[in-house]
Ligand binder design. Structure first.
Ligand code: NAD
Length: 540
């Protein structure tokens, strides 16, 4: 029998009837025309409550589409108020035991977890490609960058150390503990279905918090898989709960009095709202948001390397990365490189993410495609030159997919809509500057401060740029400078709201609170003991 269903890894998550059937059903290319009779019309994403994958009792469902075909491949519930309440109650109930579990035992769970993620990396990646559309190689990067945060969480024994100061006065010492907050929550975007949830719950939980996750309603599968692996690694029931939904679920998280902190990654519209509403309710909130990242190309740069880096960073993942280099500033003579940049972009292969040789896959939805095409059109109308137009691309065998090919708009000016708005698609807007100072001014005038890169062979130029540019993450000949997790992800200005960044030492600070103990043990009170050599008598 040929099963026309999603990849094997989804079976245990989406459809209770599947798990006993041990088949690899690689159906990215297969049209999903019908489901086996014993399975509901579309597999449903479960909630994860109190250690169980449970079917929602909701009447409201959201379809999940394969972006390469636009076929509905599964449904995700809008969790009901009582289901969301049950998830928080489960986190709350589990908190005491989990926070009192020794740090070494928590560390052991995460050590097992990182191995399980490694063992299942390819399967999780297939699931990401299936729901999100990115290429398999890129999906593996998605899981891998999340895995690095889990590995980092295993260093908790060093990360969570407090401070001590002995003898601040006679017989008096001061020391601090880093303690968990309680129940924390995470709200994730669609573009990194594995990495971003893994930025959140592992760091929070290794510090002793319990966690409520709400993945993007468009790509929940990878997180469900990761939750199963976490359970297999030994995470006790209730320590991680997962709800699904949209605005109601977000409002529930922002308002619930038992939730102490919220980690958010996504658009500015949602992030500003969640930051305001969560903060107003007394919660800690960290919000990583949108971006407009500039790549400044100096005429002394290594041309071959720079053009390849620019093209990869602008169009990789179909531009759906918050650290994509969506804007190039060509300085002086580097403006002559534009035709070659266009040629290289033309050579990229657009295809379904699971197809061999695909460089970029589809956008997440028809609405996203429409929006990207609209922003390209505004560029044309406002006077930019459309040197490469990917709007009408046809991908053989995937005619219904949300594909946009690499697109380049040149002669762009800072007042144009295509420059001011985050496009989040495979579109590179190109501006020109006479000098490095002009380029720096342009970057600093843009409200976003997520990432930037300079391409140069001159150390002094690189130093000046890194020093003067007001952006949180700067690459020097590195197009996508996402820090490894021993550092933190340090987007700034309009790209971030909050005080404390994601992962690294800052991540631990976000998910912990300090308790300071000042203790006095007077020397003269020390118990004086000596060996008891006489027969004990009553009263001794
Ligand atoms: P999004 O804001 O639409 O969705 C993110 C989450 O917020 C989802 O879980 C969604 O259900 C919820 N949400 C959406 N709209 C909401 C609203 N109006 N009110 C309350 N909740 C809402 O973002 P997306 O489209 O999934 O992701 C793309 C965006 O994320 C881009 O702007 C990108 O730059 C940004 N992003 C930023 C980073 C970073 O680290 N700075 C990383 C990845 C993505």
């Amino acid at each position: 029998m040929v099963l026309r269903g999603p990849v094997q890894t989804q079976h245990f998550i989406f459809c209770e009837s599947f798990p006993k059937i041990n088949v690899h059903v690689m159906t990215y290319k297969t049209k999903i025309t019908h489901w086996p009779a014993f399975c509901p019309p579309q597999p449903t994403t479960k909630l994860f409550i109190d250690g169980k994958f449970v079917e929602s009792k909701t009447t409201e469902w959201i379809d999940i589409h394969n972006p390469a075909t636009n076929e509905v491949v599964a449904r995700v519930p809008k969790a009901t108020p009582s289901e969301m309440e049950a998830a928080v109650a489960s986190c709350k109930k589990a908190f005491w035991n989990w926070s009192e579990t020794s740090v070494l035992s928590r560390q052991q769970i995460f050590l097992r977890y990182q191995q399980l993620i490694k063992d299942n990396l390819k399967e999780i990646s297939k699931l990401i490609t299936f729901e999100q559309g990115k290429t398999l190689a890129d999906a593996e990067g998605d899981v891998f960058r999340g895995l690095q945060v889990v590995e980092h969480a295993c260093s908790v024994t060093s990360l969570i150390l407090g401070e001590t100061m002995p003898s601040i006065t006679k017989d008096m010492d001061t020391y601090t503990y880093r303690l968990p907050l309680g129940v924390c929550a995470g709200i994730a975007p669609f573009n990194f279905p594995a990495m971003i949830p893994l930025w959140m719950f592992p760091m929070a939980m290794v510090c002793g918090n319990t966690f409520l996750m709400k993945p993007s309603e468009r790509v929940p599968g990878a997180l469900m898989f990761l939750a199963k692996l976490f359970q297999d690694a030994g995470a006790p029931d209730g320590t991680l709960n997962i709800i699904h939904g949209q605005h109601e679920a977000v409002n529930f998280i922002c308002d619930h009095p038992d939730i102490r902190a919220i980690s958010f990654v996504g658009s500015n519209q949602a992030g500003e709202y969640i930051y305001e509403r969560g903060s107003r309710n007394g919660k800690r909130v960290q919000a990583n948001m949108g971006a407009k990242n500039h790549g400044v190309v100096m005429p002394d740069a290594n041309k071959e390397n720079t053009l390849n880096q620019l093209v990869g960073a602008a169009f990789g993942a179909a531009g759906q990365r918050c650290m994509a280099l969506s804007t190039a500033i060509l300085v002086g003579e580097a403006q002559k490189w534009l035709p070659e940049l266009v040629e290289r972009a033309k050579n990229l292969r657009v295809n379904a993410g699971d197809q061999p040789g695909a460089d970029l896959g589809p956008l997440i939805s028809p609405q996203a495609k429409e929006r990207v095409c609209h922003l390209i059109e505004t560029g044309v109308k406002e006077g930019a030159s459309l040197l490469l137009d990917g709007r009408n691309i046809k991908v053989k065998g995937y005619e219904n997919g949300n594909f946009v090919g690499p697109t380049i708009l040149a002669n762009v000016k800072p007042n144009m809509t295509c420059y001011k708005e985050e496009i989040f698609g495979p579109v590179l807007v190109v501006l020109e500057a006479d000098t490095l100072d002009d380029a720096i001014k342009m970057v600093n005038n843009n409200p976003y401060g997520n990432g930037t890169a300079i391409f140069t062979t001159n150390g002094a130029t690189a130093r000046k740029y890194s020093h003067l540019v007001d952006v949180g993450q700067v690459g020097v000949n590195v197009p996508i400078p996402v820090p490894l997790p021993m550092f933190s992800f340090t987007g700034s200005r309009a790209s971030f709201r909050g005080d404390t960044n994601f992962y690294g030492k800052q991540g631990v600070q976000f998910y912990t609170q300090l308790k300071t103990i000042i203790s006095q043990w007077k020397e003269e009170d020390a118990t004086v003991t000596k060996p008891a050599v006489v027969m004990p008598t009553m009263g001794n």
